[in-house]
Write a protein that binds this ligand. Structure first.
Ligand SMILES: [Zn+2]
Length: 456
């Protein structure tokens, strides 16, 4: 039997199963015995594993952290990794977020594309592949995660328990065609204490909301005697505003927000503020700290003044986003998010970046590194997935690299493949999330064909 037809035989059951699961609001909740991510997430997992059993597969529950089912034989295993946890519904829906309504050929609800639709599609794809009788020489495992949205502790637990690592596989939790590279991501927090002994005193410094967002606003408040305050509050600089206050003046900087993985699309208000402050008559080692930050970071987005500029042809430049700053008269903190190209490693930028801050009197308060992922375009995995994509959609397209991180990073040998097609409206994490029934079926067919291609 043709594999696409074998998938179509499961269409009605797949839609019904997805709707049942969508009615379970599997947002992370308080941990309970057997339900490390809350009772609703556990219910969603139980429902998916019961479905796998009904389809005839052996289903395994990994202590409520995740679950899996498998088909086939052989020493090697290929995996499809999906997740059943969802982000909170939020406001602004035109329908019930957990109602699983069908309207206009679409299924509506939280999790339809991210990632219950693709996860349930993977179960039926596995059943269709079995029904087709096509010969395979590797086992195929559908892994169902429960904590993708809030830290991927699910896969960490699976691996820590000795869970089998696939020889290759994919997660339908990104987009088509294939994301074969994801930059390495480093989040650092530095702090520095300082003295001030001149007539102008910084008393408050604030800007930004999160390390992975380009800040659109930053503000510094100063105290000084009236004559100096009158003079400095008359300053002018583009996208800056200086205002007299009762005890001195304040300086505000305006920027343009953007995602931290594409800082070049924004304008960094913190960098703008610090560069302006570098021209003020500051004193003590505050002056040194501000000068260092203005010179090494400023409004730059590729790390060149900080000496860590890197670039490759597949993923472009290193990107750097100065996400937050917070300070008072004695100490400041800053958070930076930077991402190195996929053919480089942490060693090519991390140590050098840190050393400069330490030399300039800063302390490293925290550093979190998520390594890059890169599987070359000529590898078997990427070429097989591209072949399936082209055959199933009649679309061209090339594998691509991104600055963000997907679920693929959580387990070795995986990359993101689907479920969103080029030009599709992206409603993940937004109100009115939906998946069209056509796209659900197409995803199941692509997943089945990819399972076969990787396992044959
Ligand atoms: Zn997801």
């Amino acid at each position: 039997m043709n594999l696409n037809e074998a998938v179509l035989l499961h269409k009605d059951a797949m839609i019904e199963t997805l709707r049942q699961n969508l009615r379970i609001p599997s947002v992370q909740g308080p941990a309970e015995p057997g339900a490390p991510y809350g009772a609703e997430v556990r219910r969603s997992l139980d429902h998916a594993l019961e479905t796998a059993e009904k389809l005839g597969f052996r289903a395994v529950n990994v202590d409520g952290h995740m679950g899996w089912c498998e088909f086939g034989e052989g020493d090697e295993m290929v995996a499809v990794l999906g997740h059943l946890d969802v982000v909170p519904a939020g406001d602004g829906w035109s329908c019930e977020p957990y109602g699983a309504e069908i309207r206009d050929g679409k299924i509506w609800g939280r999790g339809t594309t991210d990632d219950k639709g693709p996860s349930i599609a993977a179960l039926y794809a596995l059943a269709a592949l079995r029904d087709s009788g096509l010969p395979i020489r590797r086992r195929i495992r559908v892994l169902l995660g429960c904590n993708e949205e809030t830290g991927s502790a699910d896969v960490k637990y699976y691996l820590a328990q000795g869970g089998e690592v696939p020889v290759m596989g994919f997660t339908p939790d990104g987009e088509y065609p294939v994301i074969n590279g994801e930059k390495g991501i480093i989040n650092v927090t530095f702090s520095r204490t300082y003295t001030q002994d001149g007539p102008l005193k910084l008393v408050e410094l604030k800007g930004g909301s999160a390390p992975n967002v380009v800040p659109s606003y930053a503000c510094a408040r100063f105290e000084c005697e009236a004559g100096l305050a009158d003079r400095l509050s008359q300053l002018y600089a583009p996208s800056m505003k200086f205002t007299r206050t009762p005890a001195g003046f304040k300086a505000e900087a305006f920027g343009v927000s953007a995602h931290g993985s594409t800082p070049g699309l924004g304008e960094n208000a913190i960098g703008r503020l610090l560069m302006a402050m570098d021209n003020l008559p500051l004193s003590g080692d505050l002056a040194d700290a501000v000068h260092f930050l203005a010179e090494k970071l400023g409004m730059e987005t590729n790390g060149s003044s900080a000496g860590i500029y890197l670039r490759d042809d597949v993923s472009g430049e290193l990107t750097l986003n100065w996400g937050t700053i917070e300070g008072d008269g004695e100490k400041l903190y800053l958070k930076i998010n930077y991402r190195y190209p996929v053919t480089f490693t942490y060693e090519d930028c991390g140590p050098k970046f840190k050393a400069q801050f330490l030399d300039a009197g800063f302390s490293l308060d925290s550093e979190v590194h998520k390594a890059k992922l890169y599987i070359p375009a000529d590898s078997q995995l990427v070429s097989s997935l591209m072949k399936v994509y082209r055959q199933q959609t009649s679309l061209e397209g090339e594998p691509k690299c991104i600055g963000g991180g997907t679920y693929a990073k959580s387990i070795p040998n995986l990359l993101a493949f689907g479920p969103i097609f080029p030009g599709d409206e992206v409603r993940e994490h937004k109100p009115d999330e939906y998946i069209s029934i056509d796209n659900l079926v197409k995803n199941a067919q692509i997943i089945a064909a990819a399972m076969y291609e990787l396992a044959k």
